[in-house]
Write a protein that binds this ligand. Structure first.
Ligand code: CO8
Length: 264
């Protein structure tokens, strides 16, 4: 992989987007690599949480940029058909981040602009360093957010705020991103990876199969009507009740001991 680094420790995969000369902007090669890496990670039983972050810039500053957007140099000469294909190329790994059985956490270590904000929004959880900057600058470039931004931003922060951010291209800081619900947590930049890993470890200590089923229930039910969504939840609840973890988790509670929960 030319533009990605993968490290797995203690059931946590840290996936780092690394294009130091372009502030980790997403080009076709990086999107392809992401797709391959996420497919491989999803098949691994020894990974329970994926942390997605950005590598240092060319001056080796680790807190300059998460992802500064899609690669403008690649997009500048796109035809309509090429642009559509580029959008669909991103959709595949972005849906993997959203739907894969592992939990995905974006650790946002600087600029999260355009496609950078969009890839963070495809993750389950977002933790921002206090210096992070968010924006959807696309309309200023004569395009629209095309990696899911017009859809996921409105779902996360509401239609009014999403429209304001997309129509004005305003930059917002991490505190404002937290205030409007775009990120789950803001921490000092030096604490970013530790905070993400601590959250990952806490999630890993729960029933990993139950967590993955809960993720599927939340994702699948989100766009359903409430009646069908609750029925779908009851079906998935039934499935979790047929697992070793359910028997062990509840028995351990009744016996006042720590539960010994298994893997996926
Ligand atoms: N694409 C390509 N190269 C980039 C990008 C980018 N998005 N962002 C930065 N770079 C490059 C710069 O060109 C520069 O390269 P070089 O050193 O060779 O000149 C290098 O990274 C460092 O950048 P700067 O010198 O500009 O660094 P500054 O600290 O001065 O500024 C900024 C940092 C403010 C982040 C600035 O680089 C910037 O504004 N970048 C562009 C941000 C942007 O507009 N992002 C949105 C892009 S559009 C998008 O994401 C659309 C997504 C949906 C596409 C759907 C298609 C279907």
């Amino acid at each position: 992989m030319n533009n990605l680094k993968l490290e797995v420790t203690d059931q946590i995969a840290v996936l780092t987007i690394s294009r130091p000369g372009a502030l980790n902007a997403l080009n076709s090669e990086t999107l392809d690599e992401l797709n391959v890496a996420l497919t491989e990670i999803e098949a691994r039983d020894d990974v329970k949480v994926v942390i997605l972050t950005g590598g240092p810039d060319k001056k080796d500053n680790p807190f300059k940029s998460f992802v500064a957007g899609a690669d403008i140099a690649e997009m500048v000469n796109f035809s309509a058909a090429e642009a559509r294909a580029f959008g669909m190329k991103a959709a595949e790994p972005f849906f993997k981040l959203m739907n894969m059985r592992q939990v995905t956490i974006a650790a946002i270590n600087g600029f999260a602009l355009g496609g950078g904000c969009e890839i963070a929004m495809a993750c389950d959880i977002r933790i921002a360093a206090e210096n992070a900057t968010f924006a959807q600058p696309e309309t200023g470039l004569g395009i629209i957010p095309g990696f899911g931004g017009t859809q996921r931003l409105a779902r996360l922060v509401g239609m009014g705020r999403a429209k304001e951010l997309i129509f004005t291209c305003d930059n917002i800081d991490a505190a404002e991103a937290y205030r409007i619900g775009l990120v789950n947590k803001v921490v000092a930049k030096e604490e970013l990876m530790d905070t993400a890993k601590k959250m990952a470890s806490k999630i890993i200590s729960k029933g990993s199969y139950a967590v993955s089923i809960a993720k599927a229930a939340i994702n699948n039910g989100y766009d359903m009507d409430i009646k069908n969504a609750v029925e779908m939840e009851a079906n998935l609840f039934g499935i979790t009740c047929s697992t070793h973890d359910k028997t062990e988790g509840m028995t351990a509670f009744l016996e006042r001991r720590a539960a010994d929960l298994t893997d996926f």
